[in-house]
Ligand binder design. Structure first.
Ligand SMILES: C/C=C/C(=O)SCCNC(=O)CCNC(=O)[C@H](O)C(C)(C)COP(=O)(O)OP(=O)(O)OC[C@H]1O[C@@H](n2cnc3c(N)ncnc32)[C@H](O)[C@@H]1OP(=O)(O)O
Length: 270
């Protein structure tokens, strides 16, 4: 598919999706929504891709919804978009939503936050599994200052990442949060000087792509997103079930063999 508002490339087992409206701080548009969804689906289905990186071009990650698009927004568009067909029929209905498909991608998705991250841009960053940010990045939920509410699942994701009190603060005030605070409250995993962001993010992504079992990553990711719906007993029973599958898998045999033989693993994701 020809993308209009993103760039998409796959190299060395890493897919990179770049929001690409740098002259508009990558402000979010319906076309960008279509492109990101399609590229996420493509990288999810591509066996050559082990890790996905989502980033922005220019000085921002994403300044939230484009104000021009917001000005002309027809509430019926939202109603229609909310009835999108499910992304993955095998996942819980909780995830069959407009943006909530991220957790059902069986690969780590890393947000490489190269600058301002606001509104729907922050929502997408939160749906990623890890967030690496340039230390000059500013964050804002923005919604309340535009007269909007906690959109697109951010009321579910944000407290799980930064805790209830911090989520309440960030959503009610919609204030700008500097990167040092973002790191302190766990909004981001890692801060880097802007000129080191790419190098550090891709070093981490390459480590996952080359040395970690894809099947283990898929199951661990699923476990972590399912836990909020489970009791401890259910989580443990589920872990036992997954453990039996893993012990019978070739990635487990390869993981042990490569360690014993002091060589890099050759995982097949089975
Ligand atoms: C369905 C709804 C979903 C949503 O996402 S609602 C939330 C929508 N987004 C926002 O409310 C965020 C608004 N923007 C900001 O708060 C700030 O900006 C930032 C924190 C993102 C960045 O701050 P800084 O680096 O200081 O840049 P700057 O001087 O505020 O903006 C630079 C230029 O970018 C334009 N711009 C910023 N955000 C948007 C946007 N979302 N849509 C369209 N244009 C935007 C500005 O107006 C300005 O332009 P000019 O240089 O001509 O004055």
């Amino acid at each position: 598919m020809a993308y209009e508002h993103i760039l998409y490339e796959v190299s060395d087992k890493i897919a990179t999706i770049t929001l690409n409206r740098p002259d508009r701080m990558n402000a979010w548009t319906p076309t960008m929504e279509r492109d990101v969804r399609h590229a996420m689906e493509a990288s999810s289905a591509d066996d050559n891709v082990h890790v996905i990186v989502l980033t922005g071009s220019g000085r921002a990650f994403c300044a939230g919804a484009d104000m021009d698009a917001l000005k002309g927004l027809d509430p019926n568009d939202i109603r229609r978009a909310s009835n999108l067909p499910p992304f993955d029929m095998n996942r819980r209905p909780d995830w069959q939503t407009r943006y909530g498909f991220y957790p059902s991608i069986g690969k780590p998705v890393i947000a490489m936050l190269n600058g301002a991250t606001a509104g729907i841009g922050l929502v997408h960053a939160l749906y990623c599994d890890l967030r690496f940010a340039a230390d000059n990045t500013v964050f804002t939920t923005a919604f309340a200052r535009r007269g909007l509410i906690a959109e697109h699942g951010i009321s579910w994701m944000l407290p799980r990442i930064v805790g209830h009190a911090n989520a309440m603060d960030l959503l009610l005030s919609a204030r700008r949060v500097a990167s040092d605070e973002a790191l302190r409250i766990g909004l981001v995993n890692r801060l880097c000087p802007p000129e080191k962001l790419r190098e550090e993010t891709y070093a981490y992504a390459r480590d996952l792509a080359d040395f970690v079992s894809p099947s283990a990553m898929a199951v661990i990711k699923r476990q972590l997103y399912e836990v909020p719906f489970q009791t401890l007993a259910e989580a443990t029973i589920e872990a036992n079930r997954e453990m039996l599958v893993a012990l019978n898998g070739s990635d487990f045999r390869e993981g042990v063999a490569s360690f014993m033989e002091k060589r890099p693993p050759r995982f097949t994701g089975k």
